[in-house]
Write a protein that binds this ligand. Sequence first.
Ligand code: FE2
Length: 409
Amino acid sequence: MGWLKIYCRVFQFILNWGAKFLPWQKAVPVEGAGAILKIPELLRSCRVQKVMVVLDAGLLKAGIGRRVTEILDQEGLPYVQFSGVEANPTVGIVEAVRELYLREGCGGILALGGGSVMDAAKAAGARVVRPRRSLQQMAGLFKVGKKLPPLIAVPTTSGTGSETTIAALVTDPATHHKYAIMDLRLIPRYAVLDPDLVEGLPPGITAATGMDALTHAVEAYLCRSYNTPESIRDALDAVGLIFENLERAYRNGRDREARQAMMLASYKAGFAFTRSGVGNVHAIAHTLGGLYNTPHGLANAVILPAVLEDYGRGVYKKLARLAEVSRTAPEGASEEGKARAFIAAIYALNERMGIPRRFDFIREEDIPQMSRWAFRESNPLYPVPVIYNEARFRRVIESLRTGRQKRAE
Ligand SMILES: [Fe+2]
């Protein structure tokens, strides 16, 4: 573990230094009820003559696609629609988006949906400008390196943060391995945050996606490097907003104030983690998405408190701060008391929203492979507060399967 730790921290130190010189940007937020009406104006400002609308079949059926395309029709803006995105998009789906984009002579992409749609749209954009580089070859950091066609993100869930992140997750259908393409070029130009689009989101999806946003904010806040005063502030704001509004939105989807707050929380958490990184929770969650198609937010919701518990004392100080901003700890509690209260509050919130405490569907024989993938995703890239080796990943994943937490410390 000693050498692993030194290697990871040196890598992170160098990357942290280099990252200061990169042209970081945020997707420009366009907020509020009715924000989708501004889409034609945004497209024109990017000089897009014909746009490709990327969405999934569910949104098409729910009439959300129509709500946006009607606006385009009214403004006489040509478009073509791709509604075949599925959860955890595969290389095949990304290639299909790209082919249609090129065949139809589009000049920009409107990604309307949750994380999977955004991932597919971003990855397809990368393939449009990099016809000779496969998705697998662009996996990792800064391997796109070329400006994408104008991309406008219109989230229909509040959690992924993908509307302002550098990442696109793609699943290899042959191996079920989910990998990330990360490049500043993948950050959309605009993020249209319209609470009316999430009004009809079912409670289960509201809960899972909201917990994804919470995981982004918590993991970003716990990162030991890469963060900036702005990303730290965004992470803290997001945690406060989520504890104040997620359950409200879960109980009453038409609570517009709570919905708007959750959209903002997701966006802020998205910026925080795209700058600081995520961590071991996400590294494990991606293996569950790839192997069992577990919805990403649900995976994070279950894994987050287990990993925070496993981290132990090293994170108490930061968790105590999160307990303060989320008002989940009694006044005057000790640092440890506050940290434990924060973890307990996550378990309790999960329970109130019908999220299980463990995943009994994890197959024991898959755990070594999952640990390898998670280890490779986390190290040396994520500046996690506690570096896990494969054995520790195995132990934590095993505890997610059985529901029994075993402490190594
Ligand atoms: Fe996530």
